[in-house]
Design a protein. Structure first.
Length: 94
């Protein structure tokens, strides 16, 4: 199993990512995505709340998909596996 907390999955920033609402500016609520205890930013400004939450979930989604393909990929239709592998390549920048 891949450990998202230690970054064993890959080269992305390890740790739990979280969506955090920033101060509202000019009538536009903005979000950021932070990690770690000191609040370092993965994404400085995200305008849509749903996008912020999706970005924050990315490490866990990536780990879950990678583990699923590895553990049960052989039982799935090949077109599904191709789509999953394509998404994994995109996430890894390949």
């Amino acid at each position: 199993m891949v450990d998202v907390k230690t970054g064993a999955l890959g080269k992305h920033t390890p740790g739990k990512w979280q969506a955090v609402k920033m101060a509202q500016q000019i009538g536009c609520a903005k979000w950021c995505v932070q990690y770690g205890d000191d609040g370092e930013h993965i994404a400085d400004v995200v305008y849509e709340e749903a996008d912020a939450h999706l970005i924050a979930a990315a490490p866990e989604l990536l780990a879950a998909l990678e583990e699923s393909v590895r553990e049960i990929g052989h039982t799935l239709p090949s077109d599904y596996v191709k789509r999953y592998e394509s998404a994994l390549k995109k996430a890894r920048g390949k």
